[in-house]
Design a protein around this ligand. Structure first.
Ligand code: NAD
Length: 281
C-alpha cells in the first residue's frame, strides 16, 4: 500500500518538518503550510536539511529530485484535493480545533491525521466531518521507528488498516492504540519514571543504581531517570498531572518531582536533574 500521492502538513516545526521529510522519502508530493513567511522559510530550511541528511547517508535520488516534490505555503486553501493532511501545530486544543476547521473547509474529502501527543483525538475528530486518525510520530522523526496509530471513536476500521500501511511504507512500525490518555508510550513510560522517582524519594537506591537495574537487568536502552532528565522534568510533570486528572491517583506526581521542578532542576537543559550536567558542553 503506497502512501498518498499528495500529502499536506500543517505546521512545519520540529515535528511537521520531520513528518514532511518522511513522506517525501516514501515518494509523496508534500506541501507544508505554516502561519507566515518567516515560519515557512524556517520550515523549508528544516525539511531541506533533513533531505540533505538522507542524501548524505546514501538515499536514492538527488537533492533536487526530492526537493521538487516539496512545496510550501501560508495558505491552507492549497490543501484542496489532497488525500491526507497531517496536523502538527502546537499542542493546544484551541489551536488544533481551528486548524482542523480550516483544513476541513479547504479539503472536505481529505483524511486528517493529528500528531498530538496528548490531546483527545476523538474530541478533535468530533469538530469536523472528515475521517480523522492520530498519527503520533516521535522526535526526531527520521531516527525514530515508532508511530502510534491512534483510533478515535469515529475512525473507520478501514482507515486504521490504511494508516498502518502508510506507516510501514514510511519504514516505521505502527503501534495501534485506542484514543486513551497518554496513548501507549507516554502512559507506560511515565508510569515507570514516576515509580523510579518515588524510589529515589524513599532512598531505596541511588538514581544511577535504579537506572542500572533497568538497563542491565531489563535491557532498557536508557534508565527511566536519565530519560526523564533528557525529556525534561517539567515536561514529564505536565504529562503526569494530565494523566492523574484523567486516569487517576496512580499517576500523581511524587513530591520530589514537584520540588525539583520548583528548584529549576529540569534535567539536561538546566544542567541538573537526577544527574549533574554542569560539566557537559
Ligand atoms: P513546534 O513549535 O516546533 O512547531 C509548530 C509549528 O506550527 C511552527 O512552525 C508554528 O509556526 C506552526 N503553527 C502554529 N500555529 C499554526 C497555525 N495556525 N497554522 C499553521 N502552522 C502553525 O512544535 P512541535 O514540537 O513540532 O509539535 C507539534 C505537535 O507535535 C504538537 O502537537 C506536539 O505535541 C506534537 N509532538 C511533539 C513532539 C516533540 O518531541 N516535539 C513529539 C511528538 C509529538
Amino acid at each position: 500500500m503506497a502512501v498518498p500521492e499528495k500529502v499536506g502538513v500543517l505546521g512545519g516545526g520540529r515535528m511537521g518538518a520531520g513528518i514532511a521529510h518522511a513522506f517525501l522519502a516514501a515518494g509523496a508530493n508534500v506541501k507544508v503550510v505554516d502561519i507566515n513567511d518567516d515560519a515557512v522559510a524556517a520550515a523549508k530550511a528544516r525539511v531541506e536539511k533533513a533531505i540533505q541528511g538522507s542524501i548524505d547517508r546514501g538515499a536514492e535520488g538527488t537533492f533536487e529530485s526530492w526537493a521538487e516534490r516539496l512545496t510550501l505555503s501560508t495558505e491552507v486553501s492549497e490543501f484542496a484535493g489532497f488525500d491526507l493532511v497531517v496536523e502538527a501545530v502546537p499542542e493546544s486544543m484551541e489551536l488544533k480545533t481551528t486548524a482542523f476547521s480550516s483544513i476541513a473547509q479547504a479539503a472536505p474529502e481529505t483524511v486528517i491525521a493529528t500528531n498530538t501527543s496528548s490531546l483527545s483525538v476523538s474530541q478533535l475528530a468530533d469538530t469536523v466531518a472528515n475521517d480523522v486518525i492520530g498519527l503520533h510520530f516521535f522526535n526526531p522523526v527520521p531516527a525514530s521507528k515508532l508511530v502510534e496509530v491512534v483510533i478515535a471513536k469515529s475512525t473507520p476500521d478501514a482507515l486504521v488498516e490504511t494508516a498502518k500501511g502508510w506507516v510501514e511504507d514510511l519504514g516505521k512500525t505502527a503501534v495501534v492504540v485506542k484514543d486513551a490518555p497518554g496513548f501507549a508510550s507516554s502512559r507506560l513510560g511515565v508510569a515507570i519514571a514516576l515509580e523510579a522517582i518515588r524510589m529515589v524519594e524513599e532512598s531505596v537506591a541511588s538514581a544511577r543504581d535504579i537506572d542500572n537495574a533497568m538497563v542491565l537487568g531489563y535491557k532498557f536502552p536508557i534508565g527511566p531517570l536519565e530519560l526523564t532528565d533528557i525529556v525534561g522534568l517539567d515536561v514529564r510533570l505536565g504529562i503526569a498531572e494530565y494523566l492523574e486528572s484523567t486516569l487517576g491517583e496512580r499517576f500523581a506526581p511524587p513530591q520530589l518531582m514537584r520540588d525539583m521542578v520548583a528548584r529549576g532542576e529540569l534535567g539536561r537543559k538546566s544542567g541538573k536533574g537526577f544527574y549533574d550536567y554542569s560539566q557537559s558542553s
